[in-house]
Write a protein of this length. Structure first.
Length: 46
C-alpha cells in the first residue's frame, strides 16, 4: 500500500515507476512541478 504521491520526493507512483524510462526533458518537467507544488519533504522548510 502506498500514497499516490511519495511523501519524500513528491513524485507520483507513476512517475517513480517510469523514472528510468524518462528522458532528461521529462525528468526536468517532473522536478519543476514538484518544486512548484512543494509536495516532497525535501522541498519543505522547517
Amino acid at each position: 500500500m502506498f500514497d499516490e504521491i511519495c511523501q519524500g520526493c513528491g513524485r507520483s507512483a507513476m512517475e517513480v515507476s517510469n523514472w528510468v524510462f524518462m528522458d532528461d526533458k521529462e525528468k526536468q518537467a517532473v522536478w519543476e512541478r514538484i518544486t512548484r507544488e512543494g509536495k516532497g519533504k525535501r522541498f519543505r522548510q522547517g
